[in-house]
Design a protein around this ligand. Sequence first.
Ligand code: 13P
Ligand code: SF4
Length: 350
Amino acid sequence: MLDETAMRAELADHYDLTPSLSCAEELADVYAKMDRVISPPDWAIYAPYVKAILALKKQRNAVILAHNYMTPEIYHGIADVVGDSLQLAIKATEVEADVIVQCGVHFMAETSKILNPSKTVLIPDMDAGCSLAESITADGIAEMRAKYPGAPVVTYVNTTAEVKAASDICCTSSNAAQIVAAQDSDTVIMTPDQYLAQNVAKQVPNKRIVWWAGSCIVHEQYTAKDLRDYRAWNPGTRIIAHPECPPDVIAEADFSGSTSGIIDYVHRERPEKAMLVTECSMASNISDELPDVDFVGPCNMCPYMKKITLEKVLWSLHSMQGAVEVDPEIAARARVSVERMIDLSRRLVV
Ligand code: 13P
Ligand code: SF4
């Protein structure tokens, strides 16, 4: 566990991190990407961290891959690449820099390490987990295989390397239905997200899909009644939900897609009012580029994603601590599952 007091003391010895109006002004072009969602006093607090991180990134020859759920000061302030899980995995294969700092959760950093093992992959907080990744082990995969002999195992990337290694192919929320449809079997095992599996089952009715009973603590909280009540109270709201939500929630929504699918949809459609049924930072990150869209309604925070802060990113790059390691034998098998997904996704898009 990160000793935050010691971390702060060491950072204070090396960097001037006091809130600074002049530093905020110096980075005004960066601030312009998020000035609708971050106040000037908050930017004066963040700017010294952003400046120090940008300088250290060069020194260490590092790139920052950030998930769409990162807070705006990370997403707009320091990231080199932003995206959904599939986009970040593909990008990880292309990184030439020496160091990857993964601003996201642990399974994402592990996926980068699996795909680009010669790089140092840092995660700013090792405790940034995921309820889905925690819901299943390789034994769970073996249990499903014993129950449904011969059925291929399609595993969500929100899992550990051991679970990926025990599976046949991975999927993400942006390609799950296509990956399942492409399996040469009437029965397909999907792990570990029961709701993603049930949503895919509706899109691929010719397959019998069986699933593991995991769920995302952020998306399982939404109910269809919440959405109906919200629509009745605020008519005309376009409701857009992530496929980790239960199927009755997806049925109430106007669109469902991966985090990047959601961003693309709002860009394309530009609804007057949009409710993003997903993690809270999504709306904040796209508010500035879509000033004509009013983001309304409740959202839920992912406590794991929110463990990643500017301060911890600075600490990673300063200390070079938090390197993710994967046992080479497990990594080799996990790589097969992830690369099969990437290859199949590329073929399905063409
Ligand atoms: P995406 O692949 O859609 O970015 O989802 C990742 C995730 O963890 C959503 O909860
Ligand atoms: Fe995991 Fe849900 Fe957080 Fe995504 S939002 S990282 S699925 S707990």
